[in-house]
Design a protein around this ligand. Structure first.
Ligand code: HEC
Ligand code: HEC
Length: 375
């Protein structure tokens, strides 16, 4: 057993309980540090396992102790050997994850600064009932989240009971009423309606420079995509590959392949960082998009600021190789004005349910990262 583990065990055996009530400033600073973890970990109301396990009630948890998360054998072993997460063991683990749990699959180099470790632990403690009860009352999220959930839980109209009746005399499935779900709220539609056209239509207000983007990228993206967009392990490559499209194994990246910048903005805003989608502000997405252009040598000036106004000045190198689909057999597209509403006449009919069709693989709890870690 390592000396470190023994120390932790001794601490437990003597019943030493560390009760740290973190100061608000520590927690705020900790929330900022936690952004480094967010790509892989969730915490707070409703937190789910992502690439890494959720971190609610972490203090007092046996290492590798969540039932519904697939840990590395090394983490399971550490727990069996008696490693329990407390302030001391967490501080050591965060300083050097692999120093403490050799063979952990947490692909994270560690937090070098002691202040960062202390602060992030103060922050995490606010989501742990074991160690910081006094802080709980001050945590703002739950109340808000509960209200939001309460609203969500009241579908209007309630599915079967209150669904609008089909017009009198109409056969089931006739007309527009499918008796599925409920009407989307204005907020839900607004949250969904965020597409951006190649010409920039639909872009939000905001701005961000290459230089801003570099910091945001290093904190939120580099762990998977590499410092220069080269990709860590098998995570996708974001930069380079120019001139390889005709090779046997083309290197398709934003720079070498993507035809429109709007797709980069939209994709990052909708889906990244992986596991924590929709967590970035519009300004941050502008900055990241600018930085990805910079990584691809499409812009060269670190002061370049991307916004609605400068968006149209960018041309993606591979755009000319993309052509409109004008094949006559694609009837919806081949006309001058593509059909956007009521394109198929007649009855609406439910032919199959996704759950029956089984298109969505079941969540087996196998959250293993496809990549090998950073050493
Ligand atoms: C690149 C993804 C990644 C990042 C970034 C990351 N982690 Fe992890 N973390 C993981 C994975 C994966 C595991 C599971 C490790 C294992 O099973 O060996 C883990 C495990 C843990 C555990 C053990 C939990 C348990 O249930 O035993 C703690 C604590 C933890 N991480 C805290 C953090 C904190 C705090 C940060 C930020 C400072 C962080 N991690 C950053 C992926 C990550
Ligand atoms: C935990 C790992 C992880 C982190 C962190 C992450 N990504 Fe990704 N990224 C992925 C994965 C996985 C894909 C591919 C997803 C797919 O194909 O379904 C991807 C795809 C992308 C793509 C598209 C690449 C292509 O050519 O298809 C872009 C652009 C991108 N990420 C940008 C970002 C940005 C910007 C950030 C930081 C805000 C970020 N990613 C953070 C894992 C990550």
């Amino acid at each position: 057993m390592s000396r470190f583990l023994r120390t932790c065990l001794t601490a437990l055996a003597t019943g030493l309980v560390l009760t740290t009530v973190a100061a608000a400033s520590d927690r705020e600073a900790g929330a900022a540090v936690f952004r480094k973890c967010q790509a892989c970990h969730a915490v707070g109301e409703g937190a789910q396992n992502r690439v890494g396990p959720q971190l609610n009630d972490l203090f007092g948890r046996t290492a590798g102790g969540l039932e519904d998360y697939r840990y590395s054998p090394a983490m399971v072993k550490a727990g069996e050997d008696g490693l329990v997460w407390n302030e001391e063991s967490l501080a050591a683990y965060l300083a050097s994850p692999r120093g403490v749990v050799k063979g952990t699959k947490m692909a994270f180099a560690g937090l070098k600064a002691e202040a960062d470790r202390d602060n992030v632990l103060a922050y995490l403690a606010t989501f742990s009932s074991a160690e910081a009860p006094a802080a709980e009352a001050e945590t703002p999220e739950p109340a808000e989240a509960e209200t939001a959930q309460a609203e969500m839980a009241q579908p209007e109209p309630a599915p079967a009971a209150a669904a609008p009746a089909a017009p009198e005399g109409a056969a089931a499935g006739d007309g527009l009423v499918l008796r599925l779900g409920r009407e989307a709220t204005a907020e839900e539609v607004a949250a969904w309606d965020i597409d951006i056209r190649p010409d920039g239509l639909g872009l939000p207000d905001g701005r961000g420079t290459v230089a801003d983007g570099m910091f945001i990228y290093d904190d939120n993206c580099a762990a998977c995509h590499g410092d220069f967009g080269e990709g860590i392990g098998r995570w996708p490559v974001l930069a380079g590959g120019q001139g390889t499209l005709t090779h046997d194994r083309p290197n398709k990246t934003v720079g070498s392949y993507w035809p429109y910048l709007s797709t980069v903005y939209d994709y990052v805003r909708r889906t990244m960082p992986f596991g924590n989608a929709r967590s970035l502000s519009d300004d941050e997405v502008y900055a990241l998009t600018a930085y990805i252009l910079y990584l691809n040598d499409i812009v060269v000036d670190e002061d370049f600021e991307l916004s609605k106004d400068t968006f149209a000045t960018i041309e993606m190198p591979n755009e000319p190789n993309f052509k409109d689909d004008d094949r006559p057999e694609e009837a919806h597209y081949a006309r001058d004005e593509p059909c956007m509403t009521d394109c198929i006449a007649g009855k609406a009919e439910i032919k199959m349910h996704a759950a029956v069709l089984d298109v969505t693989p079941e969540d087996t709890g196998d959250n293993e990262a496809p990549a090998v870690g950073i050493e």
